[in-house]
Design a protein around this ligand. Structure first.
Ligand SMILES: Nc1ncnc2c1ncn2[C@@H]1O[C@H](COP(=O)(O)OP(=O)(O)OP(=O)(O)O)[C@@H](O)[C@H]1O
Ligand SMILES: [Mg+2]
Length: 390
């Protein structure tokens, strides 16, 4: 069928033609934003889930909700070498500069920018500070003690009070949270907890792999009070069916019953795979009804495409030792989790010898430990990929 009109969208964070199965989270975010706008406390959400289940798409939707409610949104994507103080200073600066243009909040924003300037002096390494110039006088004493948690609380207070003066709120979305250094994530949570009683319109929400850094002590108990942990997973069969059927029907085409069953079976309800298989099926089909034989060809193309893109991208930067470990995992059969001891044994090594490789795979976000002594892939159906092409 006409490729130009193909509705499906496999990609990182790309909006699907139809966002199904996420209404509870969308509603919870709308409620949280409206409650905060009234100065009432509401827990925010931390989304966790495997690769390609739709975490980023959902965070983007949260951002759109915030904008519809008249809030300012700020987005941050963590990476393996992120420095949280620098990143937060960057988005705070952007939001405050925006609010400094409003008549109602310009004076409050100036003071806040002065506080930010002091924060940067203490917490941002000189090499990073170049892009963070601020033309307002420093305002010492609010966020420059050197203690990151307290200083973040000071900074968020400035941000929240400025937003309130402007009659808006601020939603900060943080993607790929698993990459945040544990100490910095703890400081962020302790800082947020300190301001949670002030009724300021600042909300932080985030998403990451199931390997979110394990928090300790007060940070853990505060995190439980501040956030609901929401696991984002596969779509249930009726939702998965809707995600494939409706976009096709909206374009005036349809699925043969057997063709859609094949697609649903092979994608197992994983959002990324639904988009990929749907896209190939559309392109292969002569139309207007997608036939079972066409779906079979589409499946081959889809797996090819996944192997060259979605899966391959994950292993591109891995070392030989890491690949050897991945192969040993997959060779144990099934989709995991695997016992670390079994993986080491398969490699003819002791667990203490393979520990560093295992840790680096977790750090890269390729694996996570669902339980002590166990290891699983963060990418769905990765075991089969490793067996067929690594
Ligand atoms: N609810 C949904 N219904 C249908 N398709 C969806 C849904 N959510 C996401 N998708 C599609 O799934 C794909 C992956 O989405 P997204 O990039 O948000 O996943 P992710 O969880 O952030 O993955 P990663 O961990 O790799 O960053 C996109 O092509 C998107 O269009
Ligand atoms: Mg993502």
């Amino acid at each position: 069928m006409d490729r130009v009109r193909n509705p499906f969208n496999p990609g990182a964070g790309t909006r699907p033609p139809l966002l199904v199965g996420r209404d509870p989270q969308l509603e919870a975010m709308t409620v949280a934003i409206r409650r905060l706008a009234l100065g009432r406390f509401e827990r925010s959400m931390l989304l966790t889930g495997l690769r390609g289940v739709g975490k980023t798409v959902l965070l983007n939707e949260f951002g759109s909700i915030a904008e519809r409610e008249g809030w300012v949104r700020a987005h941050l994507e963590a990476t393996e070498d992120i420095r949280l103080p620098t990143a937060l200073a960057g988005i705070t600066r952007r939001v405050l500069l925006e609010l400094s243009l409003k008549e109602r909040s310009k004076d409050r924003a100036r003071r806040a920018l002065g506080v930010l300037r002091s924060f940067i002096k203490v917490h941002v390494p000189l090499g990073d500070a170049g892009t963070l110039t601020i033309d307002f006088e420093s305002y010492p004493g609010q966020a420059d003690s050197g203690q990151l948690d307290g200083d973040l609380a000071g900074l968020f207070t400035e941000l929240g009070e400025t937003a309130r003066a402007a009659g808006v709120g601020v939603l900060i979305t943080i993607d790929e949270i698993q990459y945040l250094p544990r100490a910095e994530l703890s400081a962020l949570i302790v800082g947020l907890h300190r301001i949670s009683q002030l009724g300021l319109p600042v909300l932080v929400t985030g998403a990451g792999l199931p390997s979110l850094p394990g928090l300790a002590g007060e940070a853990r108990s505060y995190a439980e009070r501040l956030f609901t942990y929401v696991n984002i997973g596969t779509l249930d069969p009726p939702d998965a069916r809707r995600a494939l059927v409706q976009p096709v029907e909206d374009e005036g085409a349809s699925w043969h019953a057997e063709a859609i069953d094949l697609a649903l079976r092979d994608t197992e309800g994983y959002p990324y795979f639904l988009q990929e298989f749907g896209k190939q099926a559309w392109n292969v089909a002569g139309g207007p009804e997608i036939q079972p034989t066409e779906m079979q060809s589409a499946t081959t193309l889809a797996i090819d495409d996944l192997d060259r893109g979605f899966f391959r991208a994950r292993v591109d930067k891995t070392t030989d030792a890491e690949r050897e470990y991945l192969r040993a995992m997959a060779s144990l059969g099934g989709s995991g989790p695997y016992r670390s001891g079994d993986v080491s044994r398969r490699m003819g090594k002791r667990t203490t010898q393979t520990g560093p490789v295992r840790d680096s795979l977790i750090k890269r976000g390729l694996c996570y430990a669902p339980r002590h002594g166990e290891l699983a892939f963060t990418v769905p159906m990765f075991d089969a990929f490793v067996r067929r092409s690594l």
